[in-house]
Design a protein around this ligand. Structure first.
Ligand code: 5AD
Ligand code: SF4
Length: 458
């Protein structure tokens, strides 16, 4: 292909993404923002003109990773004769700001998660060595307005951010400080983004937000009136031609309203998967965490969701060793896990985060006790996950084919329950929905046999 006469020479862009799906989405949008400047993605940082480290601040370990990575990049930058520009984005950038440049002077730019639309302007300034190297303003609306209106999807699935920030202030969590106050995008903008993606072959969207079910976006002009809830948004997006699967993450029990629960039962595009973090099964600890609900209220929500959609896969997050957590509190968490029976769950040792109320609480749990509890919880969760996966054996389920498998002649995709599935297939099936009969399953994946390639929905 010959380059357009005015095309700028390509510059190598390497983005490393840490943390949650919101960061994955932000990294994609950073790529979109930089494309008009002639930046094209490369597979490794060596030799790249611009390296972006999109960071996570949720636990101490995630933060420390950033500094060790920056040390390696400094050496690469020296080897490039200083040609490489290093930018730090995301939540560590927001939380630690100028401290990053102080600890690692090789860093050229630091931008918070609501400021990365300003990257082009900051890169230009950095190249002339003028102006600020730090941008951590909170202006989510301005960010979305400034981002390119079209996207370059990477296959048949895409994330779509609909809500950012959090006002819940769980006492252990940095998100309300790093991502700012809760804000929803307006429905028209979300619809335009999803239409654009559907037109480019996307069939499965995952609506993203730190508290996605707190969504309350301004309604389309013609429909006027009240802000829409997530349930209303999902029903609306389900009508866009080409969109066959809708997911959302991450949600909060307090925002699980009746309409959203009903949508799980009556909207065929809504996938049978719900990630609803509970963190603990002890009412005492839930209160100290400022979660705003009890363990029984959570059980009741799950029961209602299952009444709407019997086969729904339930996922969660847990923290063990929150300050003051006793053996009895931990046992209440284990009991909740036994009661719910999870398809998958993520569990972490409590990590004290500077500036959060829990970091100041008394009775921090010793590391060895946290370790023991985490191992016990993870063993139980692994058993449940394996059992959930094995329960698919013998069933025929629709799988969206997302890529080639590791072995020759193998493809892989996603089940409705977000399980990874491998099968013997061909590249012609890429981006298609196929029915697979599940013949084997383990902790992390399923094996299927092709039954048929499904017709695209009209
Ligand atoms: N320590 C340990 N885990 C945490 N999480 C959030 N903050 C902390 C912390 N300080 C976990 C929660 C949350 C997930 C994204 O990370 O389980 O749901
Ligand atoms: Fe953090 Fe709680 Fe907000 Fe989730 S709801 S982002 S855990 S403060």
């Amino acid at each position: 292909m010959s380059a357009a006469p005015d095309a700028k020479p390509l510059k190598g862009l390497f983005i490393r993404t840490h943390g949650c799906q919101m960061n994955v989405y932000d990294s994609e949008r950073i790529r979109d923002v930089l494309k008009p400047l002639g930046y094209a993605p490369v597979d490794a940082p060596e030799g790249a003109d611009l390296v972006v480290i999109n960071t996570c601040h949720i636990r101490e370990k995630a933060t420390e990773k950033v500094y060790s990575e920056l040390g390696k990049l400094k050496r690469m930058k020296e080897a490039s004769g200083g040609r490489m520009t290093i930018a730090v984005t995301g939540c560590v950038a927001q939380a630690e700001g100028a401290e990053i440049i102080r600890r690692q002077p090789a860093v050229d730019l630091v931008l918070g998660p609501q400021a990365y639309h300003k990257l082009p302007e900051m890169i230009a300034r950095a190249s002339r060595a003028v102006g600020d190297r730090l941008e951590t303003e909170f202006d989510t609306v301005e960010k979305f307005d400034a981002l390119p209106k079209t996207r370059d999807p990477d296959g048949p699935t895409a994330f779509v951010s609909v809500q950012e920030g959090c006002d819940k202030f769980c006492t252990f969590c940095v998100v309300p400080y790093t991502r700012g106050a809760e804000i929803s995008r307006n429905v028209d903008d979300v619809v335009a983004e999803v239409r654009d993606l559907a037109g480019k072959g996307v069939r499965e969207i995952t609506l993203l937000g730190q508290n996605v079910n707190a969504f309350h976006g301004p309604a389309p002009r013609l429909e006027g009136g009240e802000d829409w809830t997530l349930g209303q948004l999902v029903r609306h997006l389900a009508r866009i031609g080409g969109i066959e699967r809708i997911r959302y993450t991450t949600s909060h029990p307090r925002d699980m309203d009746d309409d959203l629960i009903a949508a799980h039962g009556d909207t065929p595009a809504m996938m049978p998967f719900l990630h609803l973090p509970v963190q603990s099964g002890s009412d005492r600890i839930l209160k100290a965490m400022n979660r705003g609900h009890t363990a029984d209220q959570y059980r009741d929500i799950i029961a209602r969701v299952r009444a709407a959609r019997a086969d729904i896969a339930i996922a969660s997050d847990f923290i063990v060793g929150f300050p003051g957590e006793t053996d009895a509190d931990f046992e209440a968490t284990m009991q909740l896990v036994r009661d719910i029976d999870y398809a998958i769950a993520y569990s972490f040792k409590y990590s004290a985060r500077p500036g959060t109320p829990a970091a100041e609480m008394a009775l921090h749990v010793p590391e060895d006790v946290k370790d023991r509890r985490l191992q016990a919880l993870q063993a139980l969760l692994r058993d449940q996950q394996t059992a959930f996966n094995r329960a698919q054996i013998g069933r025929t389920i629709p799988v969206l084919v997302t890529g080639k498998g590791r072995n020759e002649g193998q493809m892989h995709g996603r089940s409705p329950y977000l399980q990874a599935v491998h099968f013997d297939g061909t590249e012609a099936q890429l981006n298609q929905l196929v029915d697979l009969r599940i013949v084997d399953a383990s902790l992390n994946s399923l094996t299927g046999e092709l039954v048929r390639v499904c017709e695209p929905a009209q």
